[in-house]
Write a protein that binds this ligand. Structure first.
Ligand SMILES: C[S@@+](CC[C@H](N)C(=O)[O-])C[C@H]1O[C@@H](n2cnc3c(N)ncnc32)[C@H](O)[C@@H]1O
Length: 184
């Protein structure tokens, strides 16, 4: 209910009428990418379905930085993870990703997981975020983003070269998980 109310207030920013399903959350947080990670970033966490999976699967000592612009969601997650030194929830836009990480003394990130509604963003905003993601990913890093259509896949390809995708039908609506790797 809370999610729908926030969607009605800010449809373009929220970009979905319901939080992602557990099936999509599992696909967005593969153990093989999390098991060796030292720093993981999540962009657009909403009510934290992906955050929960990341925190559950990540190795001890791996830091998780969450960017969420909606104050209600951000404050809720900050409260939920208040006692954890390895999870930092920021009321912050993904556009400032490189700047914020520099401020935290973090040079590179192993995995970035995005729930951002790129299809409803202005193209300049989408490009700023994607360029920032590319900048902060380490050489073997991966960027995972889900989208409800492949309409904007080409903007991911412009930044990352080849982008693969998988479908998750057990989500409302069904979603594509785009996997982008930093080209060396
Ligand atoms: C489609 S919801 C996804 C929420 C959650 N990851 C899920 O899958 O259930 C998109 C989320 O991105 C957040 N968001 C939108 N623009 C953002 C931005 N520029 N920076 C960080 N978060 C943003 C919204 O507030 C919203 O919570």
């Amino acid at each position: 209910m809370q999610f729908i109310v926030e969607f009605m207030k800010q449809p373009k920013e929220i970009g979905a009428i319901a939080p992602s399903s557990i099936y999509l959350a599992r696909k967005m947080t593969p153990e093989k990418l999390l098991c060796d990670a030292k720093v993981v970033v999540e962009l657009g966490a909403g009510m934290g379905h992906f955050t929960e999976e990341i925190v559950r699967k990540k190795p001890h000592g791996c830091k998780v930085i969450v960017f969420e612009t909606n104050p209600l969601f951000s404050e809720g997650l900050a409260e939920q993870y208040r006692s954890r030194e390895d999870v930092l929830v920021l009321l912050e836009t993904a556009e400032n990703l490189p700047l914020i990480l520099r401020g935290l003394g973090i040079e590179h990130v192993d995995l970035i997981v995005s729930g951002l509604p790129f299809s409803s963003f202005e193209i300049e905003k989408a490009n700023t975020i994607l360029n920032g993601v590319h900048e902060v990913l380490n050489a073997n890093g991966t960027f995972l983003a889900f989208q409800y259509s492949k309409y904007r896949k080409k903007i991911f390809e412009r930044v990352f070269g080849s982008v693969t995708h998988e479908r998750e039908l057990r989500n409302l609506p069904p979603a594509y998980v785009l996997e982008c790797r930093k080209e060396l």
